[in-house]
Design a protein around this ligand. Structure first.
Ligand SMILES: *[C@@H]1O[C@H](CO)[C@@H](O)[C@H](O)[C@H]1NC(C)=O
Ligand SMILES: *[C@@H]1O[C@H](CO)[C@@H](O)[C@H](O)[C@H]1NC(C)=O
Ligand SMILES: *[C@@H]1O[C@H](CO)[C@@H](O)[C@H](O)[C@H]1NC(C)=O
Length: 360
């Protein structure tokens, strides 16, 4: 209690100073559209004098920005071998401290971003479903500047102030076009990073329920509840699957469909959940070795194939769902396992925002 009071006193001067500043941009990030590559502005977030400051990086990225110091905030999710993750620009950072400033780390060079270092990815599952595509995987997160023990948090294009996390971050995909050169801007997406794992889902903007499948209000319960999956550490596979339920929505034992409401941080850790999310059926999983997929990521030296290889279609579909080596608490739920893997996140933001409680 007294710690809370002390914290409140501590932030008060900042709030008073900030009173003439607004939190909200004129146009929410999720309402801004730009064609890629020709319509990309230097920055998507051009508001000035807002409480969270200005966009940390830029969206116009090219060969001169590519590499270790890139501040590119234009991201992609195209395929198993071609996606980016949001992560900090400086070593040993916590996601909660840097959520507004994350930059794009990609598997492939060529788009002006940072490149995920060789060997960082330890297992990835790409899933294509009728309404979205997602990647879920295992990563040595220290190699993309996330503190080893950080359980992380959620990035999405909304945030408490509608400027997105990262602010101004844009996402594109070739998943819904016939050509790998034809990009669709993704309006609704979520990316959970932390616990040496990640999930990144982008929803097809032409579909009615894009905002429901890519829901962004369940930031305390991680990948297990937001992107139920059967990704396996050490396995690199590309699959097709059915849609998940909308995050937070479940069918109870009584057959009733219910929407779970995430409790606020002030109520403490989430000790129990009223449901266990089910992993949708999947098929046509093609498995690869990491060196086949990510050879171009390392500049020259190709990885000494980490995961087991095996080409062609493999049957690692739905049967792996039940158990598996369930090391990634962030990725899946097993009985009795804690689901509170990112408690600090919104508490931090709420303080920074002076208590604006719009988790929309
Ligand atoms: C490359 O990107 C940087 C950073 O956005 C920008 O300042 C520069 O004008 C771009 N160069 C070209 C040739 O587009
Ligand atoms: C498009 O990209 C995917 C995955 O990156 C690749 O398998 C496919 O061959 C590419 N298609 C074309 C037409 O180049
Ligand atoms: C995934 O496997 C690697 C290699 O065995 C291991 O070092 C890492 O801890 C595993 N990751 C998780 C999240 O279990």
């Amino acid at each position: 209690m007294s710690a809370v009071a002390a914290a409140a006193l501590f932030v008060l001067p900042a709030l008073v100073r900030a009173q003439d500043q607004s939190s909200f941009p004129e146009t929410p990030l999720a309402s801004k559209t730009f064609a890629y590559p020709d319509g990309i502005p230097y920055q998507a977030d051009t508001d000035t004098n807002l409480i969270r400051g200005t966009q940390a990086g830029y969206n116009l990225c090219n060969s001169t920005t590519e590499g270790d110091s890139s501040m590119c905030q234009t991201s992609f999710l195209n395929a198993l071998d071609d996606f980016c993750l949001w992560a900090p620009s400086e070593k040993d950072s916590m996601i909660a401290d840097t959520e507004g400033e994350e930059v794009a780390w990609c598997t492939k060079p060529g788009r002006g971003t940072r490149i995920i270092p060789d060997g960082a990815l330890q297992g990835v599952q790409f899933m294509r479903t009728p309404d979205y595509v997602q990647v879920v995987g295992f990563i040595d997160q220290s190699k993309i500047n996330i503190q080893t023990d950080d359980f992380g948090g959620e990035l999405d294009p909304h945030g408490a102030d509608l400027r997105g996390n990262p602010m101004g971050g844009l996402v594109y995909s070739t998943a819904w076009s016939d050509s790998n050169d034809s990009y669709t801007q993704v309006i609704e997406w979520h990316n959970f990073m932390g616990g040496n794992a990640f999930c990144f889902k982008v929803c097809d903007p032409s579909k009615e329920h894009a905002a429901d499948y890519c829901q962004h209000i369940y930031d305390r319960v991680g990948c297990a509840y937001n992107a139920p999956n059967n990704a396996q550490n050490g396995t690199f596979e590309s699959c097709e699957g059915d849609n998940q339920m909308f995050p937070g929505v479940y069918t109870g034992d009584d057959g009733q469909t219910t929407t779970w409401t995430q409790p606020p941080e002030s109520e403490g850790a989430i000790a129990t959940m009223p449901f266990t999310p089910s992993v949708p059926a999947s098929s046509n999983c093609q498995t690869f070795s990491s060196s086949e997929l990510f050879a171009s990521a390392s500049s020259g030296a190709s990885g000494s194939g980490s995961g087991g290889s095996g080409s062609g279609a493999s049957g690692s579909g739905s049967d792996a769902a039940a158990t598996g080596s369930n090391a990634a608490s962030a990725l899946r739920v097993s009985e009795g396992q804690s689901v509170a893997w990112m408690g600090v996140m919104w508490a931090t933001v709420a303080v920074a925002m002076g208590g604006v409680a719009v988790f929309a």
